[in-house]
Design a protein around this ligand. Structure first.
Ligand code: DGJ
Length: 318
């Protein structure tokens, strides 16, 4: 299958539907491009919000050739309602799933934040599948290098090395761990970065030889100002640059919180900033904010637009 040029209007913050007309449930999401299709994984929050949370339903997956029309691939990692002690029981927490593909083993590896409802467990969970559309088999969770792990992302570098970036030490510090070659575990004790900075929701991208990391502050479901940092080495040191956002509501990341930076396939330099506009009263109705992300002269800018077209993303065509 060949990739279709992404085209069509994006209206950040509106209700987005899949090809069957159902509202897309893929919060705290991430994207994987594989053999002509984009796979969008995220938290299915299509339940009742009670006291700032809703029960775990599982990880949803949607696929699309053009980033505009999304086919629901179903819940690829479902909750386990029958066993109250299971880490995927609906009373627990499963957030920010991200999937990377291990070419050597042929496995699609999902990493996610696994927690108890009081967020005290603070672990990273891992699941695997032989297909991008699942089903994923849950392997379990652990504290990487023995430290807490809450908001997280995984990043696969151009040399196939992969990394876990996670908020740790009660969210005060961000750790970066290199994964094992099979992507199933972390190695070593990690790089301790952003010490006492209280950053979460990491979203990372590489452009040229530089890594760029956007994070949020720690204000629960309420939005705050994003900040980005740059580094020559993913393990650090990271240099904080400031708020990448501009335009209306730039001080609250457009009333949202980042989750992923999507590089467009076959268009070097074209990126989409993906964020969640959480609705803490009704988490199922949280909306998606996608905006063009531009990197120029070492600087990121994400400018607010009510509506934009995917075909205008720029970048150079391969
Ligand atoms: C902020 C995190 O980024 C979200 O993923 C979620 O854990 C909320 N906090 C819960 O309040």
């Amino acid at each position: 299958m060949t990739t279709q040029e992404p085209s069509g209007k994006i209206r950040p913050g509106e209700v987005w539907r899949d090809s069957s007309g159902a509202v897309i449930q893929a919060h705290g999401g991430g994207m994987l491009y594989h053999e002509g299709l984009y796979y969008w994984y995220g938290e299915n929050k299509n339940g009742i919000t009670q006291g700032d949370r809703c029960d775990v339903i599982g990880v949803s997956c949607y696929s699309s050739a053009d980033l505009q029309h999304w086919q629901n691939e179903g819940i690829v990692l479902p909750a386990v309602p029958d066993d109250p002690r299971h880490e995927l029981h609906p009373t627990k927490v499963l957030e920010r799933p991200k999937v990377i593909y291990n070419k050597a083993s042929g496995a699609f590896v999902m990493w996610m934040h696994i927690d108890t409802a009081d967020y005290a467990l603070a672990r990273a969970g891992v699941a695997v599948s032989s297909s991008p559309a699942g089903p994923f088999h849950y392997l379990g969770s652990f504290r990487p290098g023995g430290v807490m792990s809450r908001d997280m992302t995984v990043y696969q570098d151009s040399d196939a090395a992969a990394y876990l970036l996670c908020s740790s030490d009660n969210n005060s510090t961000l750790y970066i761990f290199r994964l094992t070659d099979d992507y199933l575990r972390t190695t070593g004790s990690g790089a301790r970065q952003f010490i006492d900075c209280y950053r979460e929701a990491p979203a990372i991208v590489k452009e040229g030889d530089q890594y760029y990391l956007i994070t949020s502050g720690c204000t629960g479901w309420d939005p705050n100002e994003a900040e980005y940092a740059v580094a020559d080495d993913i393990m650090g040191p990271w240099t904080v640059k400031g708020n990448p956002c501009s335009g209306a509501e730039a001080g609250t990341t457009f009333h949202s919180q980042g989750t992923f930076i999507l590089p467009l396939e076959g268009r070097p330099g074209a990126f989409v900033f993906m964020a969640d506009r959480w609705n803490r009263e009704d988490l199922a109705d949280s909306r998606y904010i996608w905006l063009p992300l531009r990197i120029q002269d070492g600087k990121i800018t994400v400018h607010w637009q009510e509506e934009w077209d995917l075909s205008t993303l720029g970048g150079s065509k391969l």
